[in-house]
Design a protein around this ligand. Structure first.
Ligand SMILES: C[S@@+](CC[C@H](N)C(=O)[O-])C[C@H]1O[C@@H](n2cnc3c(N)ncnc32)[C@H](O)[C@@H]1O
Length: 245
């Protein structure tokens, strides 16, 4: 950014854009390889940068919806595998892809499951139906993560403080040093309460308040503020948590 003044001007425009676009349900406008992805394009680009930087072999996502973010992660992992010279020969006959995505959702609708399972990226996606904070689901995810060297986690399910804090406690420990726990929809805390009136979350009871509470006792994670600074428009401000040790 050239100078502070232009930075402040863009930030103020970005804030106005976020408020106006949330009111218009902007995040529902996009698809990734044919599946609806409920994200802002800036955050999708940030995820691409993180996946390239971390080179995870497992991405765990809570909140599947139509599967767009699962397919996006799976497609990035496919690219990583293809870029990995060591696995190139194996990829000519990819019986079992090396890098995998694990998605959890309390309600995987039959038509969404069918579309995800029919997608060319399906062979590296596993879905678990159940609440992301149910002990049996957490146990299954931990078991799947055991053999993974680099794990990245994305939390995008129920956005209440209590639920996200429980998800952080359950899944953030799986994040490997140098990788990230991305907590989506922290922006809820910055959006007036009347814009969430049909939801159990809102300012003061949001993913951002959960992140703040979690970080008080988990200094192994730090907010990657450089991502917030450059995105400006994001549903995850203060939500890109890097595991520093
Ligand atoms: C915002 S959508 C996920 C969007 C998706 N990550 C994407 O980018 O396209 C939230 C999803 O969380 C799921 N959900 C709500 N409560 C949940 C819970 N307790 N456990 C797991 N998933 C839950 C909903 O069923 C919904 O599909």
């Amino acid at each position: 950014m050239s100078n502070l003044k232009s930075h402040q001007t863009i930030q103020s425009s970005a804030r106005n854009f976020l408020l106006d676009s949330v009111a218009e349900r902007y995040s529902y406008n996009f698809e990734w390889l044919g599946r609806p992805i409920i994200q802002y394009p800036q955050d999708i680009v940030a995820m691409q940068e993180l996946i390239w930087k971390v080179q995870p072999d497992l991405i765990i996502e809570t909140g599947i919806a139509h599967g767009g973010s699962l397919i996006m992660s799976a497609s990035m992992l496919t690219l990583l595998d293809y870029c990995d010279a060591a696995t190139a020969a194996r990829m000519l006959h990819p019986a079992i892809p090396r890098r995998r995505v694990l998605g959890i959702d309390i309600d995987i609708r039959a038509h969404n499951r069918a579309a995800i399972e029919a997608h060319p990226m399906a062979n590296r996606i596993e879905m678990i139906q159940g609440s992301s904070i149910a002990p049996e689901v957490i146990a299954k995810v931990h078991e799947r993560a055991q053999s993974s060297a680099k794990v990245l986690v994305c939390l995008d399910s129920n956005h209440t403080h209590k639920h996200v804090l429980a998800e952080l406690q359950a899944y953030a420990p799986l994040v490997t040093p140098g990788s990230y726990c991305v907590v989506f929809d922290t922006a809820i805390d910055d959006i007036p309460a009347h814009m969430h009136s049909d939801r159990p979350w809102g300012p003061g009871n949001s993913p951002k308040t959960a992140v703040r509470e979690y970080l008080k006792t988990h200094s192994e994670f730090e907010i990657d503020k450089a991502i917030d600074r450059k995105l400006m428009i994001s549903v995850a401000p203060e939500g890109y948590l890097m595991r520093v040790r």
